[in-house]
Design a protein around this ligand. Structure first.
Ligand code: SF4
Length: 298
């Protein structure tokens, strides 16, 4: 009987665009694991640890034997980039050796992971095969980042994204629509836009904040004055965000299952087109192609 060559510690997460990639865990969980909106690695088996080099190598060798050609690899879990550069270079070398057709390697990346890594080190990783880093910006507003215990700031995120850019790596940034609730929606939209403008990410996507396991943990940190945005409030926040974006060539997507309104395009070129779509959703929701509540995969 066929069995997949890697024994995962569930649950395992990856960005939607890595659906065709081999998911290779090089760490377990997330080294920070304190963001109050994130439930990805809260189960006991997902407690953070770096995996043993021998275990990672064994998985690579088993995958090479049973899968043959592999073109894309996603390094899991939540922040593989926490590993020292030397260790990452070793993994990338082993991947290249095992998979001669390898085209790209990617990973989630916390801005804090790059605080001690230099642009030269990132360029070495690129040279060794790393290509895309997925960065959860969530918000560019320092008050919100503090209230959700992100452990980052406008400046720490800016610095990390500029290093990624300077090293020639591709950045894919995620922003959380609704993270500031009603009271901080305006500053969330504007300050997130200014951070995106400063850093000009290659890809930018928005997800809607959601609490499948309840809001209690989030409210404790944020404050009990948190009022979740209505569908209209979410659209108005996106409109303000888009209005303040000044991007040269960023691929924008709000097609994650959590979004009511799917937007796709290249910014700045398609800015007005997307604003027209959002305006329609605000002024005449019946005429806009909205995702029904039951279809939103939360
Ligand atoms: S850094 Fe990312 S993975 Fe870690 S707790 Fe925060 S949102 Fe979750």
């Amino acid at each position: 009987m066929y069995s997949f060559p890697i024994d995962y510690v569930e649950p395992v997460f990856r960005p939607p665009s890595e659906a065709k990639s081999l998911i290779l865990p090089v760490t377990n969980g997330c080294s920070w694991n304190k963001c109050t909106f994130c439930e990805m690695y809260t189960q006991p088996q997902k407690k953070f640890r770096a995996r043993k080099p021998d275990d990672v190598l064994r998985d690579i060798e088993k995958a090479a034997q049973s899968l043959g050609s592999v073109r894309r690899v996603f390094l899991a879990d939540g922040d593989a980039m926490v590993l020292p550069t030397r260790r990452l270079l070793e993994i990338l070398g082993q991947l290249r050796e095992a998979f001669p057709d390898l085209q790209r390697v990617s990973s989630y990346c916390l801005p804090r992971n790059l605080a001690k890594k230099t642009v030269e080190e990132l360029a070495q990783l690129k040279e060794a095969g790393l290509q895309i880093l997925y960065v959860g910006m969530e918000s560019g507003d320092d008050e919100i980042l503090r209230r959700v215990n992100k452990g980052e700031s406008w400046e720490s995120t800016r610095s990390a994204l500029l290093k990624i850019r300077e090293a020639g790596l591709t950045s894919s940034v995620m922003v959380l629509n609704g993270l500031g609730g009603e009271s901080l929606s305006r500053q969330h939209a504007i300050n997130t836009a200014t951070l995106c403008n400063e850093t000009q990410p290659d890809y930018l996507s928005t997800l809607v904040v959601s609490f499948p396991q309840g809001e209690e943990r989030f409210r404790e940190g944020f404050g009990h004055d948190f009022v979740q945005l209505s569908q209209q409030g979410l659209f108005e926040e996106i409109r303000l965000f888009l209005e303040h974006l000044e991007l040269d060539r960023t691929i924008f997507r709000s097609d994650h299952a959590s979004n009511y309104l799917v937007l796709k395009g290249t910014l700045g070129r398609d800015k007005q087109k997307m604003l027209d779509q959002v305006n329609l959703a605000i002024s005449n929701p019946g005429a806009a192609p909205l995702r029904a509540e039951w279809m939103r995969g939360l």
